[in-house]
Design a protein around this ligand. Sequence first.
Ligand code: ADP
Ligand code: SF4
Length: 704
Amino acid sequence: MRNPRYDILFEPVRIGPVTAPNRFYAVPHASGMTNTMPRMRAAFRGTKAEGGWGVVCTGYVSIHPSADDSPLPYATLWDDNDIRSHALMTEAVHAHGALAGIELWHGGGSVSNKTTRLPPLSPSGLSWMATHVGFMGNQRSKAMDRTDINNLLRWQAEAARKAKRAGFDIVYVYAGMGYLPYEFLLPEWNLRTDEYGGSVQNRVRLVRELLEVTKDAVGDTCAVALRISLEELRARASDNAASEAHEVVALLADVPDLWDVKMDSSPTDCAPSRFTPEGSHEPVIDFVKRVTRKPVVGVGRFTSPDAMASQIKRGVLDLIGAARPSIADPFLPRKIDSGRESDIRECIGCNICISSWHDGVPVRCTQNPTIGEEWRRDWHPERYARSEKAANVLIVGGGPAGLECALTLARRGCKVSLAEAQAEFGGRLRFETSLPGLKTWGRVLDWRLGQLAKFDQVSLFPGNRLSVDDILGLEHQRIVIATGARWTRMLYSPLELPVTAPMANVFTPDDVAAGAHIEGPIVVFDYDNYYMGGVLAEHVARGGAQVSYVTPAGHASAWTIMTNEQPQVHRALARAGIPLHTLSLVKAFESPELVLANLFTGAEQRLACRSLIVVGARLPHSELYDALLSRQSEWADAGIDAVDRIGDAQSPGAIAHAVYSGHRYARDFDQDARAPLYKRDSPIVESEPRVYAEAAVGREAAAR
Ligand code: ADP
Ligand code: SF4
């Protein structure tokens, strides 16, 4: 039974000519699934609709080949095949009574058109020149002339008509995050002296015209939404309003049918929980509802129904937007609707999902291993086929892999015993959630323990370190080893490989976790490159020691560029007074001095150091597994059919990898060994693929 406090979340909301059945709105977000994966994409979004999201949107969809974000995974709506490709999604979403939205997109001077090789377009010939190599390009943009502007308006209208044919109910104009219409809004990008530049009225003109042509094209049956970034604009003073953001929203107030409001850059828009709390957009977007009569949707990594209801009641939002919470739990709305709030698998704000987009692959999630696998592996987040081989399984190790495996096996009807050496479950999470900013990651453990408690056939044995003899003395058909991994003391060679170099006073994160006494000054040497090096440096610095951070990479916690954390990692280290030494290898260490060598030049530098903490290679705890294999001849008498490894005990990775590994084992353990790994998706090709309007681009006006 639904809690009446949350009734407000289930009210329908009129959006132009269409009506959302409730206030749960799965906003446009990158899924990594391009038009080459239309069935995966459709099932992924259809599952959100099935889970109760009243509106489900696409990610960014290019309206024209001059908006080519390759190698990042963007969708296209360029030809008839693309229409069919997207129609699979609208059908999947409509099948559950939800509305389908499409975020039409032009990347302007923020893309390099690496595949189409057309000149990028921008208001004044300026291009985004990123500091990170992953986003760098050498192709600068062309300043748009009047013909280019007319073309853009035509492309938007044509794409909107295609979107309508594909069955979409809400069609977007996207003026955010450095993309083309946004570039017209900001005076740094827009140096024009014609009617599209200068005053705020002029800078807003293109967005208004895009909205108008979209309305003319499809506004009779589809709602027209404006997605806009307001952070930079809100920071700018205005002569006519409280800020330029207020002025822009006032000028366009009732032109779109829906305002979808957000921040300007990925690290603030999709901010990690390590540095930013839930609801962080509110101070920037809170004014919009006071300026427009049209409904407003916004995000904030909302997972609590109370926080959602509060947003509505306080007049901040009309629709609760979600990207990450809808990935972590596609059934979040249904769970609230049926009074099962405690079953919500809350997003932990780790941003592994956004790293998938940066990697150019289908979306992955730490909390939800089924995301992106709905079609190709037939993994439904809430439905589990009963195992034909109702096995009796012993899982050794209660970290993320063991916990996820236990839960999924239980859902499949297996009898499960889960043994954990320590008094508390959680594995690596026990220590890592105590590190600065990582408390929210504890949801990985809490949710699984909460769910496991519902199953009578699950027995939990904390405080039980099992030996081979213990395991052979128990009666289980399947043994799953989930004993995790350990950090090594290996250093790093100029060939970029871990190397063993015996030295005294060298520690690992495991030593820190175990409470080892580590004397300062401390150097953290990080070639793992994810969060651990940076967060551990912060952690030991809080203990009062003098700490330096050294890495062979070009940035601190270099891989965290993928999870939107890197700017904040640098700021956090600076705040903690931790000096950085990048492009550096450890050449020699004899307390109290550490010798560094530059990765490229070999130039040496000396640092005061009594303790070196190496955050580098991890190796599996495979002793138990190896010992069991060495006694395979005894398995039959012990009733054991098979012994397998999962998670870090198999191949060390991020928590997301461990969860996925545990889940996959439990889904597949009873499959024929030669069963297909998964279905392979392919593009829809019903008519000869052709890109229209190509010839018109890049010619000078005089030639047309
Ligand atoms: P993963 O990320 O793969 O789940 P973790 O390192 O987080 O790996 O968790 C592994 C867990 O296994 C740890 O909590 C550890 O205490 C436990 N463990 C290791 N060896 C044994 C053992 N012999 N018996 C029971 N538990 C064990
Ligand atoms: Fe949330 Fe992390 Fe899953 Fe993304 S990957 S939805 S941030 S739990």
